[in-house]
Design a protein around this ligand. Structure first.
Ligand SMILES: C[S@@+](CC[C@H](N)C(=O)[O-])C[C@H]1O[C@@H](n2cnc3c(N)ncnc32)[C@H](O)[C@@H]1O
Length: 256
C-alpha cells in the first residue's frame, strides 16, 4: 500500500492544559474507571510488554507498570510527559516523544493500546490508517491492539444541525461541532475564569467501529473481541463506546 505523507500534528496538550489535566479529568482517575482497564490490559500483556499510544500523564501506564508490566509510551506533548515524570514510579515507564501514527520504538510488544478516545485525535483517515500500520510493526506475532473509543453520537444530532451541547453549568460549557461530510468534530470547551469564559477548541475525526476493522485489516490484523466496556459487557446497538481488540497473525513478520 502506498504510504501517505503525514504532517506533524498540532499539540493541543501544552503546559497550561497538562498542568491541570489530572484534576480536570479526576473522574477518569477513579479506581472504578482505572481498575477494569488495568485488569483487561494486564491480561492482554501477559508476560510481555505494553505500548501505550498517547501516554499523557500516565493515568494508565503508571499503575499498569505498578502491576509488573513493562510499559513504553509514545507521546506528542513534552508538557504531559513532564507531569508523568513528576509522579512516583515514573522511572518504570519509558517514553518516546513523537506522533504515535509514525513514531517507532525499540522492542516487540504483546499489547498496544490507545484509550480515552485518543484515536480521534488523529484528524485524517490517512493518519488513523498509519497508526494501525505502525502498531502492527510493533506487535509480536499473536500480539493485539486495544482501542477504547466512543461510538460516534450522530443519533443525537438532528438532521441539518451541526452543534450539540454535551455539558452546561456555571463553570463549564461543552459543545460539539460536527462536520458530517468529513467525519470531523470540533469540541469547544468554555471554562469560567472569573467573570469571563475562556474557550479551547480541539479538532477530532470520529470513526465507526466497522471503519476501524477495515483499518486493522489493511494493517494485517483481525478483530478478535468487541465489548462495550473494560468489564467485557456486550456491545449492542445502544452502546455509547467500545473496547475493541484486533490481533496480529501468529505468523506475522514485519519490517519497521
Ligand atoms: C485524552 S489524552 C489521554 C492521555 C492518557 N492516555 C489518558 O488516558 O489519560 C490524549 C493524549 O494523547 C496525546 N496525543 C494526541 N495526539 C497525539 C499524537 N498524534 N501522537 C502522540 N500523542 C498524541 C496528547 O498529547 C494527550 O497526552
Amino acid at each position: 500500500m502506498k504510504e501517505a505523507s503525514l504532517s506533524t500534528p498540532e499539540n493541543f496538550f501544552g503546559e497550561s492544559i497538562a498542568e491541570h489535566y489530572d484534576e480536570s479529568h479526576s473522574e477518569m482517575f477513579s479506581s472504578s474507571v482505572i481498575g477494569p482497564a488495568l485488569d483487561f490490559l494486564a491480561g492482554e500483556a501477559g508476560n510481555g510488554a505494553a505500548l501505550e499510544l498517547g501516554v499523557g500523564t500516565g493515568r494508565i501506564a503508571l499503575p499498569l507498570a505498578g502491576r509488573g508490566v513493562r510499559v513504553h509510551g509514545i507521546e506528542l506533548s513534552e508538557a504531559m510527559v513532564r507531569q508523568l515524570r513528576a509522579k512516583p514510579g515514573s522511572d518504570d515507564v519509558e517514553v518516546t516523544i513523537g506522533d504515535f501514527a509514525t513514531t517507532t520504538v525499540e522492542g516487540a510488544f504483546s499489547v498496544a493500546y490507545l484509550v480515552f478516545n485518543t484515536i480521534n485525535n488523529l484528524t485524517s483517515q490517512d493518519a488513523q490508517v498509519a497508526c494501525f500500520q505502525n502498531v502492527a510493526t510493533h506487535l509480536e506475532p499473536g500480539g493485539c491492539f486495544v482501542i477504547e473509543v466512543g461510538v460516534p453520537s450522530l443519533r443525537r444530532l438532528p438532521y441539518g444541525e451541526t452543534f450539540n451541547a454535551f455539558h452546561l453549568s456555571d463553570a463549564y460549557v461543552g459543545i460539539n461541532e460536527y462536520d458530517v461530510a468529513n467525519q470531523g468534530l470540533v469540541s469547544h470547551h468554555y471554562t469560567a475564569i472569573g467573570d469571563r469564559f475562556e474557550r479551547r477548541s480541539i479538532p477530532f475525526r470520529y470513526v465507526w467501529p466497522s471503519e476501524l476493522d477495515l483499518m486493522a485489516r489493511l494493517a494485517g490484523m483481525t478483530l478478535r473481541e468487541r465489548w462495550s466496556s473494560w468489564k467485557r459487557e456486550p456491545f449492542t446497538s445502544e452502546s455509547t463506546k467500545h473496547v475493541s481488540v484486533w490481533e496480529n497473525p501468529l505468523d506475522a513478520r514485519r519490517a519497521r
